[in-house]
Design a protein around this ligand. Structure first.
Ligand SMILES: Cc1ncc(COP(=O)(O)O)c(C=O)c1O
Length: 333
């Protein structure tokens, strides 16, 4: 089964018979501006990639955690975790997953035969059972729902008492100020945290992400990985990006301003609440599929959410915002 996530511009461009260059692609939560690619030394291209100690050092600093490994995107970890857990827990273990949220989590656990329980509100301690696994996407994509550190630490306490595990997907956490990340707590073996460099750094194409967890989990994941999985140029670029605090501050300011402009535009156009984060904005619309199609006809590709009742807009740059403003004015009132 192929899940639709946005980012499938080639297919959509064909469907609407419009050349790719004419599209404004707002279908993902990837920043419109990306970390500038540094000049990469030739040996980095030539040699088989080794796990880079200097990258791990940079990641420890940036993410403020002591236990962390680089992976070929956080998606790779999402896919592998159920296999890792299968070696530790019974298949009947209940996995709690958000009803709305990045669907690759659910697909991965289902594929490995786990029992799935969906939640709209975080499960209470009365609902949780021994050895349960709770997956939380914080902030959620596409709803933007954000749980506070205190809420998640209380949930972690409950889960730990039940000898279960909290798996936290913090792919969009970089833009949350002040941060609600609990990645600093991953010396607790009951907590695993995923991070992505695709979104905030705008580098989804290089396929690099991180897992922060107790050494026992990092080692278990390593035994499943094949050699040279995380490519050398990606490691080189990511290390520079994680160390460049000046660029990060600028990026945060720029995303905050652009996302506020998008929010205002959506609010005034659709006259409805706008949810999301500084990397995407979502609106609930009864006629979401029709608006999605109208936008596509004008060369604007957004994400029609799985439930067909909401649209998610990636953050446009200034030119994109001007184009979107024009097109939204054409929508029938
Ligand atoms: C919530 C969430 N987590 C993880 C990912 C995977 O991102 P990546 O593999 O690029 O790190 C995505 C991708 O869209 C996502 O939306």
């Amino acid at each position: 089964m192929t899940l639709v996530h946005g980012g499938q511009l080639q297919q959509v461009a064909l469907q609407y018979a419009r050349p790719i260059v004419e599209w404004l692609d707002l279908s993902t939560g990837i920043s419109p501006s990306s970390y500038p690619i540094p000049s990469i030394p030739t040996p980095v291209w030539q040699q088989l990639p080794q796990p880079s100690q200097s990258l791990v050092k940079a990641a420890k600093l940036y993410y403020a955690t002591t236990n962390i490994v680089a992976t070929s995107g956080s998606q790779a970890v999402i896919k592998q975790l159920p296999t890792v857990f299968k070696q530790h827990v019974a298949e009947q273990t209940t996995v709690w997953l958000p009803q709305i949220g990045y669907k690759e989590h659910e697909r991965a656990w289902r594929e490995q035969g786990f029992t799935i329980q969906q939640y709209t509100h975080l499960p209470t301690s009365a609902q949780l059972t021994a050895h349960c696994i709770v997956v939380v996407i914080n902030p959620n994509n596409p709803t933007g729902e954000l749980f506070s550190r205190n809420t998640l630490l209380a949930l972690l306490d409950n889960i730990q008492m039940l000898k279960g595990w909290l798996i936290l997907d913090e792919a969009f956490m970089d833009v949350v100020e002040p941060s609600q990340s609990i990645i600093a707590h991953t010396d607790n073996p009951h907590l695993l945290v995923l991070r992505s460099v695709g979104k905030f750094f705008g580098l989804a194409g290089i396929r690099l992400g991180f897992l922060s967890a107790h050494q026992q989990w990092l080692q278990a994941l390593e035994t499943l990985s094949s050699p040279w999985e995380v490519n050398g140029p990606a490691q080189y670029i990511t290390e520079k990006a994680l160390m460049d605090t000046q660029w990060q501050q600028q990026q945060l300011l720029s995303l905050t301003a652009l996302s506020a402009a998008l929010e205002l535009l959506l609010m005034t156009t659709f006259d409805c609440p706008v949810a999301g984060s500084a990397l995407f904005k979502s609106i609930r619309l009864d006629n979401a599929p029709a608006v999605y199609a109208l936008l596509c006809q004008q060369g604007i590709y957004v994400r029609l959410c799985d439930e067909q009742n909401a649209l998610r807009f990636g953050i446009p740059d200034q030119n994109g915002l001007a184009k979107l403003t024009k097109v939204l004015q054409l929508l029938p009132k």
